[in-house]
Design a protein around this ligand. Structure first.
Ligand SMILES: N[C@@H](CCC(=O)N[C@@H](CS)C(=O)NCC(=O)O)C(=O)O
Length: 205
């Protein structure tokens, strides 16, 4: 299995951490979505996005949700990162959804405020994106445990969704985190002390 994408991508990082926590053998190929490497990327994923995963039989999976679905479904039950009972799974899916929403809007905010040439930047849209990120972070902070992980004593899929979001914001625009999210910051610190999270931290880019 080959996982394509760079460590600054929250969506790529969640697939790398997921596969690592499940003890999967895989190769990581960091590839940029912009510049010359875009030409290589579209040969793997014609839509030109990361993450993309190439399976040994040649199947290419794109979009972190599809990749994670594959990882979960193909893993033995004791290696799965989402709860198996209906209620806990629904609760985990709800939080994972907020992590995804926050990651989409934090990524869009980064593109709007960093990638877009300055004369074309739209301040009102960036403010809206920041507010959307804040809304997702508020939900995740309220549900965040004071100790351990969303998954209890060990991280589960929710942690794998949330921590890359927190790290991405801390690295690209810490002001978006604000001062009021101590539990999320502490959770990320606890998770990043674990090899599966630390190994794929964007500081290693
Ligand atoms: N829904 C996708 C989002 C992936 C995504 O936004 N990837 C970004 C990098 S974090 C990307 O490829 N950006 C380049 C582009 O969209 O053109 C997923 O969950 O994988």
């Amino acid at each position: 299995m080959i996982i394509y994408g760079r460590l600054l991508s929250t969506f790529t990082r969640r697939t790398l951490i997921w596969a690592t926590l499940q003890d999967r053998g895989f190769e990581h190929r960091p590839i940029q979505v912009v510049g010359e490497e875009f030409e290589d990327l579209i040969k793997v994923h014609p839509g030109g996005r990361v993450p993309a995963v190439e399976l040994p039989d040649g199947t290419v999976l794109v979009d972190s949700a599809a990749i994670i679905d594959y990882l979960e479904f193909s893993a033995p039950i004791d290696m799965r990162l989402m709860p198996q009972d209906e209620l806990s799974r629904r609760q985990a899916a709800a939080l994972f959804g907020h992590a995804t929403a926050g990651a989409e809007k934090a990524t869009a905010h980064f593109y709007e405020t960093n990638r877009r040439p300055e004369p074309y930047r739209w301040a009102e849209w960036a403010d809206r994106l920041a507010r959307q990120v804040g809304g997702s972070l508020d939900v995740l902070e309220a549900a965040c445990p004071d100790a351990g992980f969303y998954g209890g004593t060990a991280p589960n899929g929710v942690d794998v969704g949330v921590v890359p979001l927190v790290d991405f914001i801390e690295m690209t625009n810490p002001a978006l985190m604000g001062d009021g999210r101590p539990k999320l910051k502490a959770l990320a610190a606890r998770a990043n002390a674990l090899p599966a999270f630390e190994k794929w931290h964007p500081k290693h880019m």
